[in-house]
Design a protein around this ligand. Structure first.
Ligand SMILES: CCCCCCCCCCCC/C=C/CC(=O)SCCNC(=O)CCNC(=O)[C@H](O)C(C)(C)COP(=O)(O)OP(=O)(O)OC[C@H]1O[C@@H](n2cnc3c(N)ncnc32)[C@H](O)[C@@H]1OP(=O)(O)O
Length: 294
């Protein structure tokens, strides 16, 4: 068994294959390294690292790559915990790839939202203990990835001139988070803080995020990943069936609701995004992002 036989080293699955170890098809080659998956041979902790420069925005392909990676890790019964991280300095995930929403092809837009919903099912409903290593910005759907994990460790803002931020800021952009994402927020930080955050489109600096329970711990930047992996070891030792049943106490009704309304949710999203007003907002927002650069 892989986890039993490898010495303490991080191993990409491509490397595992080169070492002659049989591991089922991980997502490294076919997804052009949009995500990288590694497994610590000693602890059995898997790490999925988002790797789509410049900001890990969630394109259709990125959503699919994340889901594939989660499923492949889950298919290995000896693995109990997973860290979700980013390879990019300063950004965990910038949320949905806005270019997917701009003058979209309807078929691709449908597939895109379906693949985003799928991450919710696969990460929020995962049998694995999931730890988010948030070493940078996590707005909107980037925050959703973090909310879908069981435990969130964020880079501290102390001493930083431009601290990272996290939150559901959709309203500030003139769009609205879908209800299932809104409920993830409410379930995590409570009704009042979620109402404030959603209505005002707040992005929280790390210390504020900790204070309202949006993240569970803050650590210096260089410790985020190692601390997350250590936490994953702890969670991985909890009896798996009891841990999963406890997780589902809080999450099953939400997951079932989206499963039952998935097509309706997708239809609504498509009609909302393709609406002329929404397109103007999206167009303006894309321009503001590129102006920021110039
Ligand atoms: C009325 C009832 C309605 C009910 C509706 C319900 C259903 C409808 C729902 C509609 C959708 C709702 C869900 C939305 C969720 C989302 O995730 S929306 C996306 C929100 N994301 C953001 O706002 C983040 C934007 N980005 C940033 O703030 C910054 O980039 C950053 C803080 C993440 C990083 O900053 P920095 O490191 O300084 O990088 P930049 O120079 O800003 O960016 C580099 C590069 O990346 C491009 N980019 C950034 N973000 C995105 C993105 N999300 N998508 C695509 N591209 C992005 C940016 O333009 C730069 O590109 P260039 O280098 O200029 O080419």
């Amino acid at each position: 068994m892989l986890v039993a036989t490898l010495s303490k080293r991080l191993l990409r699955v491509g490397q595992a294959k080169r070492c002659g170890l049989s591991l089922r098809s991980f997502s490294d080659a076919k997804d052009k390294d949009l995500v990288l998956t590694s497994i610590d041979g000693d602890t059995g902790v898997a790490t999925i690292t988002m790797n789509q420069a410049p900001v890990n925005s969630l394109s259709l392909e990125m959503c699919q790559a994340i889901t594939t990676a989660i499923k492949e890790v889950e298919s290995q019964p000896e693995i109990q915990s997973l860290v979700l991280a980013s390879s990019l300095p300063g950004v965990f995930c910038a949320g949905l790839d806005i270019t997917e929403l701009h003058k979209p092809d309807e078929k691709r837009l449908t597939d895109f939202w379906h693949s985003f919903q799928q991450i919710y099912f696969d990460l929020y409903g995962s049998r694995l203990a999931t730890i988010a290593a948030i070493a940078g910005h996590a707005p909107a759907a980037g925050c959703m990835l973090a909310l879908s994990c069981d435990y969130r460790i964020m880079v501290s803002g102390a001493g930083s001139k431009k601290p990272s931020t996290i939150g559901l800021n959709e309203t500030k952009l003139g769009i609205v988070a879908p209800s299932w994402l809104g409920y993830q927020y409410i379930d995590t930080i409570g009704q009042r803080q979620a109402e404030l955050g959603l209505s005002l489109g707040l992005l929280h600096q790390p210390e504020q995020a900790l204070a309202i329970g949006l993240v569970d711990e803050l650590v210096p930047r260089e410790e985020v990943l190692s601390r997350a992996q250590a936490e994953a070891v702890k969670w991985g030792k909890i009896p798996a069936k009891a841990r999963l049943a406890s997780k589902m106490l809080a999450r099953k009704a939400r997951l079932d609701h989206l499963a039952a309304t998935r097509k309706e949710d997708n239809d609504f999203f498509r009609s909302f995004v393709t609406n002329e007003t929404a397109q103007k907002i999206i167009d303006g927002y894309l321009q503001s992002l590129s102006k920021k650069k110039s």
